[in-house]
Structure formats: C-alpha cells, structure tokens
Design a protein around this ligand. Structure first.
Ligand code: ZN
Length: 311
C-alpha cells in the first residue's frame, strides 16, 4: 500500500494538564487542562482517527480489525503500541508497571507495560523520576513503609531531546513542566506507588503498594544508553532504543533522507520543523503510519522525526 496514513489525536483533560500542546503544535485542544494527546492509539479509552485519504474517519482500531494487510498481516487482538504526547503542568503520581507475565497472572490476562519518553520541551529546572536508590528489597520495603520518598526516588534533570527507556518494573514519574512523547506497549496496567499525599475530590487516589513492591526491579537498572548519532550529511540518525517490544529511532533531516519501511508497519511522529514526506507537507505535531509494503519514503525539509517499529 503506497499511502501515508495520518491520524488526528484523541485528547484527554486531566487535573495536571495544561495548554502547551496548543502553544507548541497548534492543536485545537478541548481545554487548558489537556494533559494527554493519544496520537497513535487503538485503545478503547481513546482512539486516534485517520484524517484524509482512503481511510478517512476510521479509527486505528478499525484499521487493525478490517485492514490487517496494512500491518503486514501481523497477528494479535490489539494493535501492539500506543503513542502519546503528555503535557505535565503538575507532578504526575509515582508509578510502576508490571511485566507481561505478572499482568497476565494478576490482571485478568492483561499485558504489562514497557514505555519510553522523548523530551519535546521542558522548563529550565524540570526534572523527572526514573528508578530508586534502595539496594535491597528489604530496604525498598522499609523506605516505602516509612514514606522516605525523597531518599528512595531517583530524580534526574531533564532537557529537550533527552530520551529515557522505562522497562516494566522501573519506578517512574513525569514531573511539572515537561512535554514529552511517550511510546509504549498498548496497556493500561499501572500501579500507583505515591501521589504526594494529594487529594482528588477530597479523597486520596488509590495506591497499589503491594503490587508495586511485587514488580519493582531491585536494585534498579541503569538507563540503557542510546546508540551513536550517525551523520549522513543531509540528515543524521540515532537509535534511541532497540528494546524487547519496540525500536525507536530519531531522524534529524537537514535537507533530505530516504527512510526504508521494511517492517510490518512504521510509525512516524514529526517532533519539530516542517517539510514533506513523498511530497505530502508535514509539520511538527503530525503523526502517521507508514504501512507494510510501502517501500522507501523520501523525506525533505528541515525536520525531526521519531520513528517506531516492532523489534
Ligand atoms: Zn508509566
């Protein structure tokens, strides 16, 4: 199929949301508390919808059900990935996700969740939580039991362009002042470990301490380093992660590049700049699927793309 398939995001309003997605990408957001854009999603809680072309108006879930040829005939009940943009105007709760095995056994056959974050924009002093400082499981349980969150949680500074890989079992939290692109397994299974003691409608939100302690990797693993930046002159590439579930590459195109699509599908998120893909104008904030059998995409302009395929 020789057609690029563009999606319109599903937006989600949340207490910690903001309006950065309108400011940065010009999206028509539903309110100044927009925290998430589900930009490539077949999740029943919020589907992205095809905009333009042969499949105009169809959801990604419908494409997956009715046009499996676009995905190289891949098997599975659900499209395997979910891509979001997240605008954190306040701290998100500290959380951890189980792996597939734990989720299958304890969450009615659900999938686990491995995810990754690419920082699109952030405040100067922004930080993020990835991992923890407990050396043993006993120390982990003590620190959680005593509420020693500042000692426990590993806080890292963030800058635009940083990338973090968060395998299941990694304690993590997005904090105030960060806009990021998240690529993840298509799963909702989340265990909340700590919520800063906040109240929502007068009550604290549920915590899942037992499950969190079951699944947290201890001691925590160091970040998987990204691959080298390879300069090709007219463009440069970097493999941000080649993980168990997905491979994420960053393309910085100065003039032009040829992007080979020889996977069941390739997702592309335009994260900055503007240009064209096979003659179709694209700009920051566009999200698309390049279907199976497409061949090579010619990218032109001054733009940055994040691409994802199934590893
Ligand atoms: Zn998460």
């Amino acid at each position: 199929m020789k057609e690029l398939i563009f999606f319109k995001p599903y937006f989600k309003q949340v207490l910690w949301g903001g309006h950065r997605m309108r400011d940065v990408y010009g999206y028509t957001i539903p309110g100044d508390d927009t925290g998430e854009a589900w930009v490539i999603s077949s999740n029943p809680h919020g589907q992205s919808t095809v905009t333009g072309g042969t499949y105009d108006g169809k959801t990604l879930g419908e494409l997956w059900k009715e046009h499996r040829e676009l995905f190289g005939g891949m098997e599975g009940d659900e499209f395997p990935l979910l891509v979001k943009i997240i605008d954190a105007n306040d701290h998100l709760s500290i959380q951890v996700h189980p792996d597939d095995d734990y989720a299958f056994r304890h969450e009615q056959g659900s999938l686990g969740k491995t995810e990754c974050w690419y920082i699109l924009d952030c405040d100067e002093d922004a930080d993020i939580i990835i991992g923890h400082h407990a050396r043993t499981r006993q120390e982990l349980e003590e620190m959680i039991g005593e509420g020693r969150w500042d000692d426990l949680l590993r806080k890292l500074p963030v800058h635009k362009g940083d990338f973090f890989y968060i395998p299941s079992g990694t304690v993590h939290a997005i904090r105030k002042g960060t806009l990021l692109l998240e690529v993840q397994q298509n799963s909702d299974t989340t265990y909340r470990l700590y919520d800063y003691g906040r109240l929502q409608n007068g009550k604290p939100r549920d915590l899942h301490l037992r499950q969190s302690m079951d699944v947290i990797t201890c001691p925590c693993q160091d970040q998987t380093p990204s691959g080298p930046v390879i300069d090709h002159g007219a463009y440069e590439t970097c493999t941000l992660v080649k993980g168990q579930y997905f491979t994420v590459d960053r393309w910085r195109i100065r003039k032009e590049a040829e992007i080979r699509q020889d996977h069941p599908f390739l997702l592309a998120d335009v994260t900055s700049g503007s240009g064209a893909l096979d003659g179709t104008t694209v700009r920051a904030g566009d999200h698309l699927l390049i279907p199976a059998g497409y061949g090579t995409v010619k990218a032109q302009g001054d733009l940055e793309l994040i691409t994802t395929y199934i590893s």
